[in-house]
Design a protein around this ligand. Structure first.
Ligand code: FUL
Length: 478
């Protein structure tokens, strides 16, 4: 046998021994952009309402306040950032301008800002201080710029839109990377409006021409995730109480929706099979108000309430944006920071002791070796279990090394390929007998289910309705 013939035989043999690699499942469109994916993985962020209202004890300033009233005595953005970081939050979003129009940065386009306040003799810039604090504590930095402006004389006219865009340009040019821009939908009508003291209600579906403004944002900062009632980066969840619906699709049909849409109730669930990827952000406050009011020092939400909010947002395929009102000193009040530390400890305890890695994992179907069921317990971000395109109603079973009582189940889809699961059932086995413990709908980035079982030998998930073959990143069980 010649050498080349020998080589050819060897190659042939080698290729016979390799099992063909299974192809990854086709993505189910729409899928998240890289920026949306990075945003989703932040999981919990801090919202900071701090501005003129902090000093006037209001929620919605009228717009006739004076810069002289902005008088923080001990403002320290590093304190806010440290608390956010220690609470497990990954970013902070600040009300750079709220409905009263006062600007926390020295905007070149208005006199109604920190530059005319006594704070730091008008040389201060809260936006910059927070940006720097976020960098120091490894947090991302985001901004809220209220479209409704009760101070601006031209609000309601085209000139104001130019003003708004100029301010956006300042904020998106001079302060580094902004991970999220918060576009609020409110307009309550009346205001100071440069002394006019009248009611100005705009047609929110057309006045702001959001398409052009969002194009500007994308041009200045392509990775900024734009929040509004209609996305396009992420969406309001339709309430300020801290919950998404148990059925929560990250997909949404945007037609007819705009910031301030009256049709916001549907935002709690999104749309099954929706055409755009617009995941839900659950924004709520740790206190009754968004702004600090001394009378609410004793009304900080209980740990129990905050844990429910955590479960009903992050545990239901949402991102939690928890508001912490900063007080007139310019600091987070100790009642809030203490509660946040309790929450961080509780979350930590919840997610300690994942039993899944010790389980034997099996599935009714595996697409191929690299999509094995065992991938769901390896804690790697980029591996997942997937089933063949033809597999119907797959079942995933985790068998414990010895019977254990279970308190929490965490399920995550590999959303890089889209959101697929529409219905699933959970069963546990005791002495060989399977009993149902949950019948649920969507999963998405993360679904958490509180359980309270007797010691069980195994737990299984039956996927009863999917829009495409199942692709699961992770299953954790505690
Ligand atoms: C609302 C605003 O009107 C509130 O003042 C607050 O900023 C909240 C987060 O959004 O629409």
């Amino acid at each position: 046998m010649t050498r080349s013939l020998l080589l050819a035989c060897c190659l042939l043999l080698a290729s016979c021994n390799t099992t063909p690699q299974a192809e990854a499942p086709a993505p189910l469109l729409p899928v998240p952009s890289e920026a949306q994916l990075a945003w989703q993985k932040m999981e919990m962020n801090m919202f900071v309402h701090f501005n003129m209202n902090t000093f006037t004890n209001m929620e919605w300033g009228f717009g006739n306040e004076q810069p002289a009233q902005f008088t923080p005595t001990a403002l320290d953005c590093r304190q806010w950032a440290r608390i956010a970081m220690l609470s497990g939050m990954k970013g902070i979003i600040l009300t750079a301008k709220h409905h009263d129009g006062f600007c926390l940065w020295p905007s070149a386009y208005t006199e109604h800002s920190v530059k005319n306040s006594p704070w730091k003799d008008g040389k201060g810039d809260v936006v910059r201080e927070l940006r720097e604090a976020c960098d120091e504590f490894g947090l991302k930095f985001g901004l809220y710029l209220s479209p409704w402006d009760r101070n601006h004389p031209e609000y309601g006219q085209p000139a104001y839109i130019e003003y708004y865009r100029n301010q956006l340009t300042e904020l998106l040019t001079n302060y580094g990377e902004v991970f999220e821009l918060w576009v609020d939908g409110a307009n309550g009508g009346d205001g100071y409006y440069g002394g006019a003291n009248e009611t100005r209600v705009v047609d929110r579906s057309v006045y702001y021409d959001w398409d052009s403004t969002f194009a500007l944002v994308r041009r200045l900062q392509p990775n900024t995730v734009i929040f509004s009632d209609a996305g396009p980066g992420c969406r309001w969840v339709g309430n300020e109480e801290g919950w998404a619906n148990a059925t929560n699709w990250s997909t949404l049909n945007l037609e007819g929706l705009y910031p301030g849409t009256p049709d916001y109730k549907q935002l709690a669930s999104g749309h099954k099979g929706g055409a755009a990827w617009v995941p839900a952000e659950v924004n709520t406050s740790i206190r009754p108000g968004w702004y600090y009011h001394p009378a609410e020092d004793t009304a900080v939400k209980s740990l129990e309430k905050l844990r429910a909010i955590y479960d009903n947002s992050l545990g239901r395929n949402g991102l939690l944006l928890l508001n912490i009102p900063v007080d007139p000193r310019g600091l987070v009040h100790p009642n809030d920071s203490a509660r946040l530390m309790e929450l961080a400890y509780a979350i930590d305890a919840d997610f300690t002791g994942d039993l899944a890695p010790e389980c034997t994992v099996s599935a009714s179907n595996e697409r191929g070796a690299e999509f094995a069921a065992a991938n769901v317990t390896n804690w790697r971000e980029n591996t997942y279990w997937a089933v063949a395109d033809t597999a119907r109603n797959p079942v995933l079973t985790l068998t414990l090394p010895e019977p254990k009582a279970l308190r929490l189940l965490v399920l995550e889809e590999f959303i890089e390929l889209g959101q697929r699961v529409a219905a699933f059932e959970v069963e546990v086995s005791r002495s060989g007998q399977w009993t149902p413990v949950a019948s649920e709908t969507t999963i998405g980035y993360r679904r958490m289910l509180r359980l309270s079982t007797e010691p069980v030998e195994a737990i299984r998930i039956r996927f009863t309705e999917t829009l495409a073959p199942v692709a699961m990143r992770r299953v954790a069980v505690y």
